[in-house]
Write a protein that binds this ligand. Structure first.
Ligand code: HAM
Length: 428
């Protein structure tokens, strides 16, 4: 029979080895911060009814127009692999009626894979991973500042130093209306320089020209009128209170009048964390904003909300490029049990059980090799300790362990081995 030669689909990745360590580090750093800010985890399905995304993200956006993985199930229902997390969280919030009095804002976080049919390139994939937060049920600008502060903290905790945090307000639906009229007027005169998609956007949704993938279109839009001049009194105050609180919390940020973000659901505060070490079309590591009308659109009460999402794959890529290492959990120590001869195999299993019962990560040599080869293998596979077991050890109820960091070797009795390993790991 002909052998199968199948690659993973374009724009997807198999994640293993070192990348898993980066992901564990990022996810656990983020989880710790989310919990400190009193957020709880929510897991939503990887696919939803198509409308969940098409109606909330916006019919004119690139995501809905070109990038959704949409299919019919066997009963002909239209489903879509989630291109982002916010709409699904709002759907769950409304469906499960999480908005009871007394528990607002509801603070949720998620970690999951997202799917967008984009042209794959460095930092842009068709299946990618996001971690994100959504706080639903408050329009207090302190919440805006807390969310932005939290995004900033995640990257600080990961060891990034030179990132820029951009913030802006795109106003409420009322004040955005007058801005869009002015923007349209300006863009009508610049029509010749716009791509085909943006010529259509000019008519239906000119804000989307700010996040067109064609750099020339973005440049044209950025040279036009700035939204800040069109904010109504209440949006202006909300933005000022947000930025004042950020300054009070010593969070560095830059106001960017041209930041509008690529989803229709946004209102008021929007923000993005970018790196100058990435190409401008994919330079955002994370971003988010307020979406004060979305819960109502989903049939829930009229309630404001705000959140952000971080691209995990892009963050790992940049950490590697910048030489930022992941931190391993120092409490985790890995022990490699090596049986030197066949006689001691039974005794080795006894030790293996003892260590695993004590919560120590350990593995065994399945094929006997020279001691030198075993040490090499242990180092390659990131073990911290080798425990040798031979005829002598089996006879004396002992184990010979070698700390692969200090290269010190000890022969200890069976009932002291767990304590000794904990001591080397710094747990006691
Ligand atoms: P977004 O800006 O579309 O926002 O995505 C957030 C992050 O996901 C981006 O900054 C980027 O790092 C990463 N990302 C997006 N697309 C790709 C891709 N094709 N390949 C690799 N990484 C990618 C949202 O998704 C909003 N739901 C954020 C939000 C939450 N707003 C309010 N709450």
């Amino acid at each position: 029979m002909k052998k199968l030669a199948i690659n993973s689909p374009r724009g997807t990745a198999d994640i293993y080895g070192e990348d898993i360590k980066y992901r564990d580090f990022i996810n656990s750093a983020a989880r710790d911060i989310f919990k400190i800010f009193n957020f709880n985890e929510l897991i939503t399905p990887a696919f939803e009814y198509t409308e969940v995304f098409s109606r909330s993200i916006g019919e004119e956006t690139d995501i809905v127009q070109k990038e959704m993985y949409t299919f019919s199930d066997r009963k002909g229902r239209s489903l879509t692999l989630r291109p982002e997390g916010t709409a699904a969280v709002v759907r769950a919030f409304v469906e499960k009626k999480m908005f009871g009095p007394g528990n607002l804002p509801v603070k949720l976080f998620y970690i999951g894979n997202m799917f967008r049919y984009e042209r794959p390139q460095k930092g842009r994939m068709r299946e990618f991973w996001q971690l994100g937060v959504e706080a639903l049920g408050s329009d207090n600008p302190v919440l805006d500042a807390e969310i932005i502060w939290m995004l900033n903290l995640v990257f600080k905790r990961l060891g990034f130093k030179n990132l820029t945090l951009l913030v802006n307000s795109i106003g409420c639906l009322k004040c955005r209306g007058s801005f869009i009229l002015e923007l349209k007027k300006y863009l009508e005169n610049e029509k010749a320089g716009l791509c085909g998609d943006c010529t259509k956007r000019l008519k239906n949704n000119p804000l989307r020209i700010f996040d067109c993938k064609v750099p020339g279109c973005r440049e044209i839009a950025q040279k036009g009128p700035g939204i800040s001049e069109y904010l109504c009194g209440s949006c202006k105050t909300h933005f000022k209170d947000t930025t004042d609180t950020l300054s009070y919390l010593s969070v560095d940020f830059k106001i960017s009048d041209s930041l509008v973000r690529g989803f229709d659901y946004y209102t008021k505060t929007v923000f993005e964390i970018i790196s100058n070490d990435l190409e401008s079309a994919q330079n955002a590591l994370g971003g988010g904003g307020r979406y004060d009308n979305l819960i109502g659109q989903f049939g829930g009460p009229d309630m404001p909300a705000i959140g952000f999402a971080v691209g995990i794959d892009r963050t790992i890529m940049l950490m590697k490029d910048l030489g930022i290492d992941y931190e391993e959990d120092t409490k985790n120590i890995k022990v490699y049990l090596v049986a030197i001869d066949d006689v001691s195999k039974g005794y080795m299993l006894e030790i293996l059980k003892l260590l695993r019962d004590s919560g120590i990560v350990c593995d065994i040599n399945y094929t006997a090799r020279s001691i030198k080869a075993e040490i090499k293998k242990a180092e390659k596979l990131d073990f911290n300790i080798i425990a040798f077991i031979g005829e002598d050890e089996a006879k004396n109820d002992s184990v010979t362990i070698k700390d692969l960091k200090s290269f010190k070797q000890y022969t200890i009795s069976k009932n002291e081995i767990v304590e000794k390993i904990f001591e080397i790991a710094g747990r006691i």
